[in-house]
Design a binder for this molecule. Structure first.
Ligand code: FE2
Length: 310
């Protein structure tokens, strides 16, 4: 990227300041959901105890169509035990592999729900796929805040900045809080590589450029990932790494890999992947801010499955 990237410069300065002064760094707890390989985080400002919850998971059993809250309850227990006040529920994007627990957590803990402005595009694409009626607003109004590149949000006394990192989906955002970047589905652990780019609206070249933008942050930036699947030779789950580790060793995007090489690799690999098991319920609910479709006249909410459409 040759054009001046002032948002990236601001993010870089923020990370540098937080590396110098410990009080500018957030406290972070990761919650791993083994059923969907998702990591949700509770991120808080130690000075004010204000917290943000990222990419929460509502448990959903596909066979029975039953939801439950045990993953969300673990988060609530942590928030209570540490006497945190929740200011934000943040989605790095509209997930295709799990249903968000944000509405449930908002009801229990308060806080606003935020996502990238690209959700409007995602709502349009999937609103059509699911033949959602005119009652389904495709304007992002199901969320309290739509983030743009360079936006900041209040989290106690911590500095924050949001980067638009499309490619996996058009709505992907990275949330940088102090020296910690929550990178959603862009990169995974260095030994696993990167996220797929073949969902509707995805683009491998765009994903490469987004990742390289994140890897232009200072080497010591802490990166927190949204998923982990282990990797050949690694038997434990992991979700924290650094810019330096990614640049030196990410099997897909380490320094020296060109966009052309990445796109060829990513497209070839994506062609072998099947759709995530929970894509239909997840997308349908997550584009509504995690709310189930309105119940029908018998009081039951239904999840639709488009046949031969995806
Ligand atoms: Fe995703």
């Amino acid at each position: 990227m040759t054009k001046t990237d002032t948002v990236l410069d601001e993010a870089t300065e923020q990370v540098r300041r937080a590396r110098v002064e410990k009080c500018k760094r957030p406290t972070i707890a990761g919650f791993f959901d083994e059923a969907t390989n998702t990591i949700s985080y509770v991120v808080h400002d130690p000075a004010t105890r204000q917290a943000a919850i990222t990419d929460s998971v509502l448990d959903y059993e596909a066979a029975s169509g039953r939801t439950s809250n045990s993953s969300a309850d673990r988060i609530i227990e942590y928030v209570d035990a540490h006497a945190l006040s929740v200011a934000w529920h943040i989605e790095t994007h509209a997930h295709a592999d799990h249903i968000s627990a944000a509405p449930f957590l908002q009801e229990k803990l308060g806080g606003k729900l935020g996502i990238g402005r690209g959700i409007i595009k995602v709502q349009d694409v999937f609103g059509k796929l699911f033949n959602a009626g005119t009652d389904f607003q495709r304007d992002g109004s199901q969320f309290d805040r739509l983030f743009d590149d360079g936006d900041s949000f209040a989290l106690g006394e911590l500095e924050t900045i949001v980067l638009h990192v499309p490619g996996h989906t058009p709505a992907d955002m990275a949330f940088i809080i102090g020296d910690a970047a929550f990178v959603g589905d862009t990169m995974f652990m260095p030994d696993f590589g990167t996220a797929r780019a073949d969902f509707p609206g995805g683009d491998a070249g765009q994903l490469f450029r987004s990742i390289r933008r994140l890897l232009a942050l200072p080497d010591e930036t802490r990166l927190f990932l949204c998923h982990d699947y282990k990797a050949p030779g690694r038997d434990v789950y992991a979700w924290e790494t650094t810019v330096r580790q990614q640049r030196e060793g990410n099997v897909h995007v380490k320094d020296g890999v060109t966009e052309e090489e990445f796109v060829a690799m990513r497209n070839a690999r994506d062609a072998t992947l099947s759709m995530p098991a929970l894509i239909m319920p997840s997308v349908q609910v997550n584009i509504r801010g995690g709310r189930l479709p309105e119940p029908e006249e018998n009081g039951v909410a239904y999840i639709k499955i488009p046949v031969n459409a995806l």
